[in-house]
Design a protein around this ligand. Structure first.
Ligand code: 23J
Ligand code: MN
Length: 261
């Protein structure tokens, strides 16, 4: 089919609703959970703060507007290569310099929600990805891979979302080998429903935080705190996730969307 016909077909499918737009973003505000890293790792990102400029009042009679105090890595957000020391030297590694073609791509959804319900420390392995490929088809270059865990249902509270105890945070994620395998497939990026793209236990992995270390080393991207992956098919949806064009930005909140047949 000619490219113009593809878009004509998509346009009528969007209008008729046979292609749905699924919201993959969590609400963004003062209640949004933020990452907590232990003191040995340095500083933390602040909670979102909304500062009112005016609200149809003496500070602006006919208008309401606010200004935001907002970390780059807050809520449903995009990780750029420059976020990690391994990706710091890419000329196109910041939010303002990434080619926009990368923000729209097919998405593979690996559903491990049952496993995670039984074990919050669940780690996705290479063998598990290969089993998924045997069932649903190969992961193709230029696509996203996201891990469905239903963890987004815990996103309403910081406590349940981080799920930390005296031994540290307990949340699912990939092994270093799984990320290396996905990079070898040529994927655009890796996405998760958890607060960051890595597992709660990832600080103790080799390398530490492999989804960050290895993806960004390969000039690829991350998406964290995705929601509603349970509304996506294993293959066949298109993921749209464009960070704000922050100059020299290392990441950005995104209104991630999926086009679903
Ligand atoms: C900094 C250090 C560790 C992690 C993170 C940030 C994130 O998850 C993030 O939002 O990029 S794990
Ligand atoms: Mn991040």
């Amino acid at each position: 089919m000619a490219a113009a016909d593809v878009l004509t077909g998509l346009a009528s499918s969007l209008v008729s609703g046979t292609v749905k737009v699924v919201d993959l973003a969590a609400p963004l505000g003062p209640e949004t959970p933020v990452l907590y890293l232990p003191p040995q790792f340095g500083k933390n990102t602040p909670n979102v703060k909304v500062h009112q400029i005016s609200r149809y009042d003496q500070d602006g009679p006919f208008w309401a507007w606010n200004w935001l105090e907002l970390g780059e890595h807050t809520g449903t957000h995009f990780d750029a290569p420059a976020h990690w020391i391994t990706g710091k030297d890419y000329a196109d590694g910041t939010t303002d310099r990434i080619a926009p073609q990368n923000f729209v791509a097919p998405v593979n959804v690996i559903d491990r929600s049952k496993e995670v319900a039984a074990d919050p420390d669940y780690l996705l392995t290479v063998d598990s990805i290969k089993a998924w490929e045997a069932e649903h088809g190969e992961i193709e270059a230029g696509s996203w891979v996201v891990l469905r865990t239903d963890w987004y249902k815990r996103n309403g509270s910081t406590e349940t979302f981080l799920n930390a105890d005296e031994t540290g945070p307990h949340s699912p994620g990939p092994t270093a080998e799984a990320i290396a395998y996905l990079i070898s497939k040529g994927i655009v990026g890796w996405g998760s429903e958890t607060i960051g793209t890595d597992a709660g236990s990832a600080g103790g992995m080799n390398p530490p935080f492999p989804a960050h270390n290895l993806m960004h080393k390969a000039n690829r991207y991350g998406l964290a705190s995705l929601c509603h992956l349970d509304q996506l098919p294993p293959k066949g949806a298109i993921l749209i996730a464009a960070p704000l064009k922050f100059v020299n930005g290392t990441g950005s909140p995104v209104r991630a969307l999926a086009l679903v047949p």
